[in-house]
Write a protein that binds this ligand. Structure first.
Ligand code: GTP
Ligand code: MG
Length: 136
């Protein structure tokens, strides 16, 4: 079994889509939400989380957006959950994302793409330590 870090980004919280997106995760067979927190992210946390993007042209606007309001951070555990939540989210660009995915159903803007999900087992363990340092 696997675990992954999911962030419901500030647009999801502002638009009242938290329940909609969490509901899709909850309804997947065998997955469980094992931690959940509403919090506003600071620049230091985002620099750790998005370290691979520091210096890219979209980095500063990304940090401004991600710190513009609270996010909901979740740990989700279950069968193939890392790949599974990425599929549920859809591709980074919401216009390229198929209807039926979170980004495809609700997004239009690359930056405001509603959800983050860890992209590999290594990313998941690294990101979980940033957001939930208390969990084993
Ligand atoms: P995350 O789950 O948020 O990490 O998204 P991702 O894994 O689908 O994309 P990636 O890690 O490559 O980029 C992180 C975030 O930066 C994306 O979710 C977008 O919000 C933003 N981003 C990535 N690429 C671009 C880009 O080319 N232009 C803009 N404006 N934003 C981008
Ligand atoms: Mg990413």
């Amino acid at each position: 079994t696997q675990r992954t870090l999911v962030l419901l980004k500030p647009d999801t919280v502002r638009r009242g889509l938290v329940g909609e997106v969490i509901g899709r995760v909850e309804r997947k067979a065998g997955w469980a939400i094992t931690a959940l927190e509403l919090r506003t992210l600071d620049r230091e946390t985002l620099e750790r989380h998005y370290g691979e993007h520091v210096g890219k042209p979209f980095y500063e606007p990304l940090v401004a957006f991600m710190s513009s309001g609270p996010v909901v951070a979740l740990v989700v555990e279950g069968e193939r959950v890392i790949e599974g939540v990425r599929q549920l989210a859809g591709p980074t660009d919401p216009i390229a994302a198929a209807p039926g995915s979170v980004r495809g159903d609700f997004g239009t803007i690359v930056r405001e793409n509603l959800i983050h999900a860890s992209d590999s087992p290594e990313s998941a363990e690294r990101e979980l330590k940033i957001f939930f340092p208390g969990i084993a």
